[in-house]
Design a protein around this ligand. Structure first.
Ligand code: DGL
Length: 265
């Protein structure tokens, strides 16, 4: 069991989405060291087979373990849904996953339909079914896949006509005034929160699981005595991407700055 508290934390996603989680984690623990891995070459995960996604996740975890991380955050709902159990069996460090924030949405106690926006895979997997059984039994829940939103974020497109059209498409057949809240069950969608807000209006709460994941990570590190002991003046972060292009690393960093600013960091 690794117990060096000064080792970095590894965070990965199918691409850019996990950057929104990274921002939340940095806000909560700015003194830690981080390694972010985006698998943009293989994005989107949501349309692959579960076996393919598991294999990709194992490869990334091997990479992060080689870099000497003390914990790994699977900053992707899709990867968490299909791979987290296997990853936890395989690696001897804390592996923290994501889950659609259905519980907080139900806890709001609002009348109306809860829209869970996520990839097809997340919406079909056991994890969401279990969450729905536990928290959503007496609620009407609409499961809404929005695959095109992932491609927009991967291309760094976060506003403009294309975004508006695709968001409108996502809500096709859903009456906005019947929605009680929206759960962003895909880490990529968090970057489009303002645009989704512009479409549904100010009254509908839009909830994501990023802050909950960051808090969960911190409590696990605390519990295992793995919080960093030395203090840095600035955030220490290495960014890797399977696309191996300078422009994708630049996009990752720009998205991180965008997310941190949104969080008021
Ligand atoms: N960011 C991922 C998630 O949270 C999925 C995007 C993809 O399909 O690759 O589910």
């Amino acid at each position: 069991m690794i117990n060096d508290r000064n080792l970095p934390i590894g965070i990965f996603d199918s691409g850019m989405g996990g950057i929104s989680v990274l921002a939340e984690v940095i806000k909560l623990m700015p003194k830690e060291r981080y390694i972010y891995y985006g698998d943009s070459e293989n994005a989107p995960y949501g349309i692959k087979s579960a076996e393919e996604v598991k294999k990709l996740c194992t490869n990334i975890c091997d990479f992060l373990i080689d870099k000497g991380v003390k914990a790994i955050v699977v900053a992707c709902n899709t990867a968490t849904s299909v791979a987290i159990n296997d990853l936890r069996k395989e690696y001897d460090i804390p592996i923290i996953g994501m889950e659609p924030a259905l519980k907080p949405a139900v806890t709001l106690g609002l009348d109306g339909k809860i829209v869970v926006m996520a990839t097809d895979m997340t919406l079909k997997e056991k994890k969401l079914r279990e969450l729905m059984d536990r928290y959503g039994k007496h609620k009407e829940i609409i499961k809404q896949p929005c695959p095109k939103l992932v491609n927009l974020v991967e291309s760094g497109i976060m506003k403009g006509k294309d975004v508006e059209i695709i968001i409108e498409e996502c809500f096709n057949g859903i009456k906005v005034d019947e929605i009680s809240s929206i759960v962003l069950g895909c880490t990529h969608y968090v970057f489009l929160k303002d645009q989704i807000r512009a479409f549904v209006g100010d009254k509908v709460p839009i909830i994501d699981g990023n802050e909950g994941t960051a808090r969960h990570l911190k409590s696990i590190l605390e519990h295992r005595n793995l919080l960093k002991s030395t203090k840095e003046e600035e955030v220490l972060l290495d960014v890797y991407n399977s696309k191996r292009e300078e422009k994708i690393i630049e996009l990752s960093k720009n998205l991180l700055i965008f997310s941190l600013e949104k969080l008021g960091f």
